[in-house]
Design a protein around this ligand. Structure first.
Ligand SMILES: Cc1cc2nc3c(=O)[nH]c(=O)nc-3n(C[C@H](O)[C@H](O)[C@H](O)COP(=O)(O)OP(=O)(O)OC[C@H]3O[C@@H](n4cnc5c(N)ncnc54)[C@H](O)[C@@H]3O)c2cc1C
Ligand SMILES: *[C@@H]1O[C@H](CO)[C@@H](O)[C@H](O)[C@H]1NC(C)=O
Ligand SMILES: *[C@@H]1O[C@H](CO)[C@@H](O)[C@H](O)[C@H]1NC(C)=O
Ligand SMILES: *[C@@H]1O[C@H](CO)[C@@H](O)[C@H](O)[C@H]1NC(C)=O
Ligand SMILES: *[C@@H]1O[C@H](CO)[C@@H](O)[C@H](O)[C@H]1NC(C)=O
Length: 490
């Protein structure tokens, strides 16, 4: 049906971009950087995102195994004008490991899986391609050591630590990045930089909260701790009411001890109050009783486990099988939620969320407060901007097969709005002129693809954005490393 001219016009754009694409793969070839060509049978898996809703096609896929190859890959990207994007575990909810859009040079760090504990300093050197499940097992097998990290075994340590890294021991031991004492990173100009409190301290500050924007990290160094041997795993069914929500907010802000780690796991079916306490049964009973009596003395269960068993209990899958869904996810970090906002938030659950039949959930972690190891780290000592947030929320809506519906986004956007809007209204009423100037924060590790670059910058990094922007301008003025929500993205 097409005339030859129309056909030529349709094909022309592809023909024009073919030349630089070839130049990029040629450059990688002549620089001896291992790469996966589209014809390779492993290519499809290498670019498969965790979030199947957001597939992107890179311009080329490099798979370096040495620092020199990482440098050479970056140099090829720069020479051929491609944005360069490191990928470690590929678990970004917005597929930022693929670049968050088409056409990046993806540097796949999957082969960087070394986990080695120095037996005299107990400092672990961990390659960025290691997955959390493997990290936990490797550390434990080297003298019963551990670091703080998230729950899902398939998540890559590379992206996880760069954004924070919250899990079942974070209230006790801080975020994954709070255990960090150093890192190696290759910069846009090819420099191999060692980062620590004393070497490149600005960059070390920046990568602890915004690491994805500054270069390619090759390994991290963590101060490990002895894995706790008494892990009390507990779960109680409570009602999702505004009163219970406020009681838990107050608990996080007052008597919840450092050893207690707790979250609300909310589905259409109800609310599970669950977590792990690190200590004895009697200490656990003393710590949990006050809050249980406030939320209706619920029915529950507890059991004592070892460290690895406790982690596996919340992994919900084999430690070696990453799974994929079509998902839409959002987050929030709240410092103080008023009774009016809590009521609006719970009403949205009752009236709207419970009518949505998709496989959604909401997790609210008791993240901060006076005893939390996260809040004890000074607010401005890393670029993570949420240390004062009592609660951390992960909203997660998914379909297990088929595509996420275009009508789906308004469900979670509406839930977040129920809390944010109620808070604004109250602020205006309270004193006539002052609307709260602080924005609710959001967590980059639960990247929300519906945010614009400006919204992302302001919500992910709050008051730390200006300093991040200045550091980015000095180490990567040409945005060699970027994605639609990265520092200084437009
Ligand atoms: C099933 C699941 C469970 C999760 N559970 C938790 C949890 O319990 N707690 C929590 O805090 N988070 C959790 N997350 C979020 C997770 O921490 C983030 O998605 C994290 O960014 C994933 O890192 P990655 O290396 O797997 O992802 P990637 O997609 O590979 O990378 C994510 C981002 O980091 C950048 N990046 C990757 N490697 C490097 C590197 N070497 N140097 C510099 N930048 C790099 C990428 O460019 C990208 O922007 C979970 C995610 C999923 C999908
Ligand atoms: C890269 O961009 C610069 C500046 O726009 C241009 O001068 C140069 O020719 C480009 N290089 C390639 C290989 O396209
Ligand atoms: C992993 O670490 C060990 C011990 O430091 C070292 O011998 C080995 O070469 C490392 N392997 C890689 C791939 O870095
Ligand atoms: C938390 O405690 C502080 C100090 O007592 C208080 O100022 C603040 O209002 C409390 N926050 C909430 C949400 O109750
Ligand atoms: C590369 O960038 C870093 C960080 O900005 C800088 O310290 C270093 O001098 C640069 N190296 C070269 C060779 O330009």
């Amino acid at each position: 049906m097409f005339s030859a001219t129309v056909l030529w016009l349709l094909l022309a754009p592809a023909a024009v971009s073919a030349a630089p694409l070839t130049a990029l793969t040629d450059c990688l070839t002549s620089s001896a950087v291992p790469q996966l060509l589209t014809t390779n049978s492993k290519y499809a898996l290498a670019i498969k995102p965790f979030n199947l809703r957001l597939p992107f096609t890179p311009a080329a896929v490099a798979q370096p195994t040495t620092v020199a190859q990482v440098q050479a890959a970056i140099a090829c990207g720069v020479a051929q004008n491609f944005t360069v994007t490191p990928k470690s575990g590929g678990h970004s909810y917005a597929s930022h490991g693929l670049g968050g859009e088409n056409g990046h040079l993806m540097v796949d760090m999957k082969y960087w899986t070394n986990v080695t504990v120095d037996s005299s300093t107990q400092i672990a050197t961990i390659g960025v391609g290691s997955r959390l499940g493997n990290v936990a097992q490797a550390l434990y097998s080297q003298g019963g050591r551990a670091i703080s990290h998230g729950t899902c075994p398939g998540v890559g340590i590379g992206g996880h630590v760069a954004g924070g890294g919250y899990g079942y021991i974070s209230h006790t031991q801080g975020l994954a990045m709070d255990n960090l004492v150093g890192a190696q990173m290759v910069l846009a100009n090819g420099t191999v930089a060692t980062l620590s409190a004393t070497e490149n301290p600005d960059l070390f500050w920046a990568i602890r909260g915004a690491g994805a924007s500054f270069g390619i990290i090759t390994y991290y160094k963590f101060q490990t701790f002895a894995a706790p041997n008494s892990n009390i795993v507990y779960s109680y069914n409570i009602q999702f009411t505004a009163a219970n929500y406020l009681a838990l907010q107050n608990y996080a802000n007052t008597t919840m001890p450092a050893e207690m780690n707790m979250r609300m796991f909310i589905t259409s079916g109800g609310l599970q109050l669950e977590g792990i306490y690190y200590g004895s049964q009697s200490a656990f009973q003393a710590a949990i009783s006050p809050i249980l009596s406030q939320v209706g003395n619920p029915y529950g269960s507890t059991s004592t486990m070892g460290w690895i068993q406790g982690l596996s209990n919340y992994a919900y899958m084999s430690l070696t099988t990453p799974i994929d869904y079509d998902i839409f996810s959002k987050s929030l970090m709240t410092v103080a939620v008023t009774p009016a906002a809590a009521a609006a938030f719970v009403a949205y659950y009752q009236n709207t969320a419970r009518t949505v039949s998709r496989d959604w959930y909401l997790i609210i972690d008791l993240h901060g407060g006076p005893t939390s190891a996260i809040s004890k780290v000074p607010m401005d000592s890393t670029s993570y901007a949420h240390r004062n947030a009592l609660f951390k929320y992960e909203f997660y809506d998914r379909v297990d097969s088929g595509s996420y519906p275009s009508t789906g986004f308004s469900f979670l956007n509406g839930w977040v709005a129920s809390l944010v809007n109620a808070r604004k209204k109250r602020g205006q009423k309270a004193d006539g002129c002052k609307v709260p100037t602080t924005t609710f924060g959001m967590y980059i590790n639960y990247a929300d693809s519906s945010l614009t670059a400006d919204q992302a910058h302001n919500s992910y990094w709050l008051t730390h954005y200006a300093r991040l922007s200045a550091i980015k301008k000095s180490v990567d003025p040409n945005q060699v490393f970027s994605n639609p929500q990265a520092i200084n993205s437009k």
